[in-house]
Design a protein around this ligand. Structure first.
Ligand SMILES: C[S@@+](CC[C@H](N)C(=O)[O-])C[C@H]1O[C@@H](n2cnc3c(N)ncnc32)[C@H](O)[C@@H]1O
Length: 265
């Protein structure tokens, strides 16, 4: 992400519908996959924790929460937001060197694997498998549909978006043989597609225009709109909970269990 925008992200992630809705889905997934019954020593690691918007949620399930991020600016914001978390400034490409094998009950990656600072997504997932305890959970969200790639992704330091099948293959390759997956945020699909097409028509030369675009996308909508969208997203959330997964959305949510059984898709 454009480094100057971490502060702006830290300001909006508490209230903005996109972040609140993702936290609701994460809460649902953690509840469904047994996080409510973890013991007193259970430990969670949020890889690429950014400005810390998910740490408080994770700490409502796990007594110890560790966040790791490469960016000192992001970690400074995270520290202000959540002083109780153990925050480490280091590289997610070397998780296996930083943490001992089998040291976490949960590892989360929220929109991190697609980032251009990640050298090999399969290598990061394999290291996560190693540092998870047996029965531990990997919970991951990443941008979906390569055709939605646009200049905004590049400004966010994104290097790719994932196909569902590719994503499934990566989890399998990293030895998460049991997993669950859904797309989410279906209402953003058409607007995201239009913006991606607009980018292709306009080209990538008008840098200033795109930077203004990024700033606009990281701003809070008016409270009535924010609340209405969040309310509307409850329909999608119910569909996910009823059917297990939905076929459309701009983000993928995946859960993998190390050596465990899942009933999901
Ligand atoms: C798009 S932001 C997502 C932040 C947060 N997880 C969220 O979803 O709100 C991606 C984050 O991953 C971090 N990141 C990317 N590559 C990393 C790496 N190799 N090591 C540590 N952190 C990394 C970035 O600094 C950034 O904070």
């Amino acid at each position: 992400m454009n480094l100057g925008l971490y502060t702006q992200l830290a300001r909006i992630e508490e209230q903005h519908w996109w972040f609140r809705y993702r936290r609701r889905l994460v809460r649902d997934a953690l509840t469904n996959y047994g996080a409510l019954s973890v013991g007193n020593n259970a430990r969670a690691l949020d890889v690429g924790c950014g400005t810390g918007g998910n740490l408080k949620l994770l700490s409502s399930f796990y007594p110890t929460v560790v966040g790791i991020d490469y960016s000192p600016i992001a970690l400074k914001e995270a520290r202000l937001k959540f002083p109780d978390a153990m925050l480490i400034q280091d590289d997610a490409n070397r998780l296996g060197d930083i943490f001992r094998p089998q040291s976490f009950d949960l590892v989360t990656l929220f929109n991190v694997l697609y980032h251009k600072w990640i050298e090999s997504d399969i290598e990061v997932l394999t290291q996560i498998h190693r540092i998870l305890k047996l029965g531990g959970i990997l919970l991951i969200t990443e941008p979906a549909f390569p055709m939605l790639m646009r200049h905004h992704d590049l400004l966010d330091y994104g290097r790719k978006r994932y196909r569902k099948e590719e994503f499934r293959g990566l989890l399998k390759q990293a030895n998460f043989n049991q997993f669950y997956m859904t797309l989410f945020n279906s209402i953003s699909f058409i607007p995201a597609l239009m913006l991606a097409l607009k980018d292709r028509l306009i080209g990538t030369r008008q840098k200033l225009f795109y930077e203004q675009d990024e700033v606009r996308e990281l701003q809070m909508p008016p409270p009535w709109l924010n609340q209405s969208i969040l309310g509307g997203m409850e329909l999608e959330r119910q569909a996910i909970s009823l059917f297990g997964s939905i076929p459309l959305g701009i983000t993928l949510l995946g859960v993998g269990i190390k050596g465990g059984e899942l009933n999901g898709v």
